[in-house]
Design a binder for this molecule. Structure first.
Ligand SMILES: [Zn+2]
Length: 197
């Protein structure tokens, strides 16, 4: 099976089996509700080269932090510049507030993203090498696997020793499932899903 990210067919690739969950968000007079259904089991492979690259990216996060924080940094700088321009431009107070608001939103966004990336590094650094590689390969699957089916959002429950140990309510919590769906997923994973490790 070719690697989901780079398309290379290599021996020793890391294989995942995952159950698709389709979620449709419906907004009506009562607010928002969701309709959920289970899709098929999918098999994905990530080659070891892509997985190692991802592990390195997690441990040397400077580049990723810069890329992910860039929009917020631009917003921060833009906000600061706008604040100065508006202060001297004789605009109404509501308009003048735009600059500082953009600045603050930008700062909060930058800090939040950086914390998220460093938090992931913290998580991975506590794992042994094999678990770290597997965790990173799964993140690549989540980034590259289809995310939409018509209007439905697609999410994935990996069939692994961890998820096979979970109760339906633990699955529901971790993967945002409605109760009947988590029971069905639990049943399918134990009957139809084979252990992948
Ligand atoms: Zn690859």
């Amino acid at each position: 099976m070719p690697c989901l990210k780079c398309g290379t067919d290599s021996p020793g690739a890391i294989r995942f089996r995952a159950l698709e969950v389709h979620t449709l968000h419906i907004r009506d007079f009562d607010g928002e509700r969701i309709i959920q259904a289970l899709g098929d089991f999918r098999e994905y492979e990530i080659c070891t080269a892509c997985a190692s690259e991802e592990v390195q990216a997690v441990f040397l996060p400077a580049k990723r932090i810069v890329m992910m924080c860039l929009p917020f940094v631009l917003l921060t700088v833009g906000g600061a510049v706008l604040s100065l321009l508006l202060t001297f431009g004789g605009f109404m107070p509501a308009v003048r507030a735009l600059g500082p608001v953009a600045f603050v939103v930008g700062m909060i966004g930058t800090a939040g993203k950086a914390r998220e990336i460093l938090g992931e590094r913290e998580t991975v650094s506590k794992m042994n090498r094999d678990d770290a590689v597997r965790y990173c390969a799964w993140q690549i699957v989540l980034k590259n696997a289809p995310k939409k089916y018509n209007d439905n959002d697609i999410t994935y429950i990996p069939v692994s020793k961890d998820t096979l140990r979970m109760t339906p309510s633990e699955l529901a919590d971790k993967y945002g499932l409605l109760p009947p769906i988590s029971s069905k997923a639990h049943e399918l994973m134990h009957n139809g899903g084979t252990k992948d490790e």
